[in-house]
Design a protein. Structure first.
Length: 358
């Protein structure tokens, strides 16, 4: 599918949405920002549930909205799969009947996905005969995703689908959402205000504030841009993509290869040759001027300081290149002064294996 073009203006009570987005036609684009920034309003506008005063929406080759030419495709004719915060399953229908609700209403020659494929992808085969009230929160959301996909949408909209789940349930469902975005050729717009959800999932990132887009681009780039607020968050992270090189079963480790060298992480459930996304938090990176010879830290890479800037009251954030990747390191002001860090300086970057996460 070609790119998505969304340019809308919507006045709603005291709120004004004014966005201009060009998003990839595949993968997952995360719409990220604080509560009240317009994330849900944007999704509702794409789905046709809100009526903008001006704008243009094109999904692939299909135009859904062109206010200048007085065109607006009604909601029921927009091929949208919508997953809400609450699963909103039909209580009088079984799990199988829920997921086949939309599928049975799509002409057979227009069905993009088959129930068997979606059921296997989301791991819900053992749930099909159950009543919906007997499902856990995570199971309910997987059923809601399956139902949305089997309506054969051109785009999947997910509005904070994990917000109502506890931490354990969130971790359980993330791999299934990742499979949807990796295996199905359908664009996904995923709304969230939780960085820990966005980092494992998103290919593209849209930062919203007060109804406007503050930045958009590949996730890897936006996480480490110094002019954006994300690098100052306590859980500020950089993301690298690496290839699985081998597994060390004796020690429960996996060896990855990226442009900066070989990286050791705790065991990943990936096949050799697979790609893995690794998030490295700034607080888990330390710097030394000489390569240590006797240390418990398994990951030590040569790096170069890009720039440094203070974080009051007594910390400093350092951006570095390691190979072709940019990493972040958060150090104390005392360490910054003792190491005399400056742009262009060669350092060694230390990262604990247990601090890395796929």
């Amino acid at each position: 599918m070609s790119d998505l073009h969304i340019q809308v203006q919507l006045a709603l009570h005291k709120f004004f949405l004014d966005v201009n987005l060009k998003l990839p036609g595949t993968g997952l684009s995360a719409v990220f920002g604080p509560s009240g920034s317009g994330k849900t309003t944007l999704l509702r506008t794409i789905a046709g549930l809100e009526k903008p005063q001006a704008g243009y929406i094109k999904v692939g080759t299909t135009c859904w909205l062109d206010k200048q030419n007085n065109k607006s495709v009604p909601t029921h004719r927009r091929k949208v799969g919508y997953v809400f915060q609450e699963a909103s399953l039909f209580p009088h229908l079984s799990v199988r009947q829920n997921i086949e609700y939309g599928f049975n209403r799509v002409p057979k020659n227009q069905c993009r996905f088959q129930p068997k494929t979606v059921v296997e992808m989301l791991g819900i085969g053992h749930l099909l005969s159950r009543a919906t009230e007997k499902l856990s929160g995570g199971e309910r959301q997987r059923i809601a995703i399956a139902r949305a996909l089997l309506a054969s949408p051109d785009i999947l909209l997910m509005d904070e689908p994990l917000a109502a789940l506890d931490r354990g349930s969130k971790q359980d469902i993330l791999p299934y959402i990742r499979r949807v975005k990796d295996d199905l050729q359908i664009p996904v717009l995923y709304v969230s205000h939780a960085l820990e959800e966005v980092i494992p999932l998103a290919d593209h990132l849209v930062l919203m504030e007060s109804g406007q887009v503050k930045a958009q681009g590949p996730l890897v780039d936006l996480l480490t841009r110094r002019e954006l607020p994300l690098i100052h968050w306590d859980n500020a992270s950089a993301v690298i993509t690496a290839r699985v090189e081998q597994h060390d079963c004796r020690y429960g480790l996996t060896y990855l290869r990226f442009s900066g060298g070989a990286m050791v992480v705790e065991h990943l459930d990936h096949a050799v040759g697979d790609q893995a996304r690794v998030a490295i938090q700034a607080r888990d990176v330390s710097l030394v001027l000489e390569k240590p010879e006797h240390t418990s830290i398994l990951n030590i890479f040569p790096g170069t300081v890009i720039d440094c800037f203070p974080e009051p009251p007594a910390r400093c954030l350092v951006r570095l290149t390691v190979g072709e990747s940019i990493l972040l390191a958060r150090v104390t002001q005392k360490s910054f002064e003792q190491l005399k860090l400056v742009a262009g300086q060669a350092v060694y970057v230390q990262i604990k294996a247990v601090a890395l996460m796929d």
